[in-house]
Design a protein. Structure first.
Length: 137
């Protein structure tokens, strides 16, 4: 709610957010809302925040922050699924802690190979997340 309150109502993002929340109100479940969220928020500008941010808020709301459900729906959303999955995962993890993430998933991604970003090779993502969390405590 705090994030939504910061969005100017009469902006592209504000109008898209209102549309997304209306879809959530009308459809009640992610299973019912998915198609509308996907098509009614579509924009010809690929990877535009007025498309992705309302979809993220809607997915978070309709999956009630459930990490696995949120990741399933976000990563199967199409178009900007990588962004949706990354943000849903980050928000769910931040809200409910690493305990909601299956330990096998954590171990699978814990140490990047550094193929694309050589400097990231062998960095520990869990240690990095802990350090980031400590910054806000």
């Amino acid at each position: 709610a705090t994030g939504i309150a910061q969005i100017p109502r009469d902006s592209w993002l504000g109008r898209a957010m209102n549309r997304a929340m209306k879809i959530c109100d009308e459809e009640k479940t992610i299973e019912n809302a998915w198609e509308r969220l996907h098509t009614e928020l579509w924009t010809p500008s690929h990877s535009a925040s007025p498309e992705a941010i309302p979809q993220i808020y809607a997915l978070l709301r309709l999956t009630q922050g459930d990490f696995k459900r949120g990741m399933f729906w976000a990563c199967n959303f199409g178009r900007d699924a990588d962004t949706l999955g990354a943000v849903i995962g980050a928000l769910s993890g931040a809200m409910y802690g690493v305990e909601v993430i299956p330990s096998t998933w954590v171990q699978t991604v814990r140490k990047p190979a550094g193929v694309c970003l050589k400097f990231a090779a062998d960095e520990d993502i869990v240690d990095l997340a802990t350090q980031l969390a400590d910054l806000i405590r």
